[in-house]
Design a protein around this ligand. Structure first.
Ligand code: AMP
Ligand code: ZN
Length: 493
């Protein structure tokens, strides 16, 4: 592992607009924060793409031997409908609509989020904090910002004073906007608006009588503004200055711009050294989005149950499809593109299978070390997975030539090639071997058959305590036994 740390990695930093050499604050350690989902509905494939981009980045850093603390939050309060400061809280609205407790909504969609990510073979983050679990921390930050004079209270709400902040800081530096232009392009404040300037944003909102998600604060009952939770949680777990902050491009403004302003206003530090933004997944050329209904859900793709799909696709095929594009490029989802990726994915997996069986010779015709470095160079160039994948296919070409007797590989080099393939295909790209899951289900089936046999024996011996225990404990694990004329069969939930 030590060896890999010698790789020099460049990342696209949205803050400078440049590809920069990545240098962690503390040698060997990385702190990375990624904005998580707002859990008021099922995640769509667009959301999955952004989280997958950061899963791949997390995997690569770990592969290089870094100790990564990866924090990805759950937004379970404070995200209002229009991403600005009015409209209803997305979760509260859904709770009213479905006649549920807000926390039931949160639980339902958090479970869906985790189940979906597991199907895609994501690694869990190191910490997954929630906004509602950090209300006290958020209130403390508001107090600090008020103390420093960059916020003001109005009727039980607290707003960040963007104009005041911009006098001594640069509001807009991440998104490349200028406050003067923003002001010039906004209409006058509505008469009832409490804000001093339309660009100001809420740190705390007063809860009206009917608002169900509310917490006590020095300014009365209310709830935190959306941008604040990420400042509170990233600071708490990664410190006032950390290495990487990620999220989808659409979060750059206002969300991330406001995070920078909050951190600089409260503690004087620029919070993040490298801002990384993942690009959008589109459908019919338009951004996949919950609000416009232009989206596909992961389960639809796994079952093929959507008009635009000719068939079902395995999670690893979808993962492969997404990683065939660079994370900073827009990617359009279509059945044709998925079909092509499916072909490519199986070609890669078949190549790996062939590699296991190719005969070895005393010499090797293929410079494996140079090829390995090309794979690293691709990943070191801002995580260029499409180039990495093209290098993997280059090796598959050699494997096929070796298989056909036109090239040769030594025993040691074959083992080396297998190891490098495993590193990149499974560890870094996070793909799964279809054969592996077939093998797993074969093993599981064998184990259940054995338990059915033991249960039959117990029943024949009138040992019903044992036979019932086998049936009930399997059921508790989601394996249902069904006794029929033909014997006992089973199904897995
Ligand atoms: P949300 O749950 O709306 O807060 O979004 C969760 C994450 O998904 C954010 O990082 C968004 O930037 C990202 N996201 C939303 N739509 C898309 C899309 N069409 N493609 C890629 N990422 C998206
Ligand atoms: Zn965030």
């Amino acid at each position: 592992m030590q060896l890999f740390k010698n790789q020099t990695l460049k990342v696209s930093n949205s803050l400078t607009g440049k590809k920069e050499v990545f240098k962690p604050i503390k040698e060997g350690y990385i702190g990375m924060y990624v904005c998580g989902p707002t859990v008021y509905s099922n995640v769509h494939l667009g959301n999955c793409r952004t989280f997958m981009s950061f899963d791949m980045i997390f995997r690569y850093f770990r592969h290089l031997g870094y100790k990564v603390r990866y924090v990805r939050n759950i937004t379970d309060a404070g995200h209002l409908e229009n991403d600005a400061d009015d409209g209803e809280d997305k979760i509260a609205k859904k709770a009213k609509l479905e006649q549920l407790e807000p926390m039931e909504v949160v639980q339902r969609y958090t479970v869906d989020f985790h189940e979906t990510l597991q199907k895609f073979n994501f690694l869990p983050p190191s910490i997954e904090p929630t906004a509602t679990g950090h209300i006290i921390e958020q209130i403390e930050i508001i107090k600090e910002i008020l103390e420093k004079g960059f916020a003001y209270e109005r009727n039980g709400s607290v707003y960040f004073d963007v104009v005041k902040f911009n006098e001594t800081h640069d509001y807009g530096k991440l998104s490349g906007r200028k406050l003067e232009d923003m002001i010039a392009n906004t209409r006058d404040l509505a008469a009832q608006d409490e804000k001093r300037n339309p660009q100001d944003f809420a740190l705390w909102k007063k809860a009206e009588a009917q608002h169900i998600m509310r917490w006590p604060s020095p300014w009365g009952d209310g709830f935190p503004g959306w941008h604040l939770e990420c400042t509170a949680m990233s600071t708490k777990y990664l410190g006032e200055n950390f290495d990487i902050h990620g999220g989808g491009m659409d979060l750059k403004f206002p969300h991330h711009e406001c995070e920078i302003a909050q951190a600089e206003a409260s503690n004087g530090h620029s919070p993040v050294n490298y801002w990384l933004h993942a690009n959008m997944l589109t459908l019919n050329g338009k951004k996949m989005s919950k609000s416009t209904d232009n989206n596909i859900y992961p389960n639809e793709i796994f079952s093929g149950d959507n008009n635009i799909l000719s068939k079902a696709y395995a999670p690893s095929v979808v993962r492969f499809f997404m990683l065939q594009a660079h994370y900073t490029s827009i990617l359009d989802l279509s059945d044709d593109a998925l079909l092509a990726s499916e072909k490519g994915y199986y070609r890669l997996m078949d190549g790996l299978k062939s590699l296991a069986d190719v005969p070895t010779s005393p010499t090797t015709d293929f410079d494996i070390k140079a090829w390995q470095q090309r794979c690293y160079d691709a990943m070191n160039d801002d995580f260029n997975t499409p180039i990495l994948i093209s290098h993997l296919f280059e090796a598959i070409k050699h494997i096929n030539l070796i298989k056909g007797g036109k090239e040769s590989i030594s025993e040691n080099d074959k083992a080396l090639l297998q190891r490098i393939f495993k590193d990149f295909v499974f560890e870094v790209l996070g793909l799964e071997n279809p054969q592996q899951s077939d093998n797993n289900s074969e093993t599981l089936s064998g184990v259940v058959q054995l338990l059915i046999q033991l249960r039959n024996n117990a029943r024949a011996n009138k040992d019903f305590a044992t036979s019932d225990k086998i049936r009930d404990e399997l059921a508790a694990m989601g394996v249902q036994l069904k006794d029929g004329k033909e014997g006992t069969t089973f199904s897995i939930n």
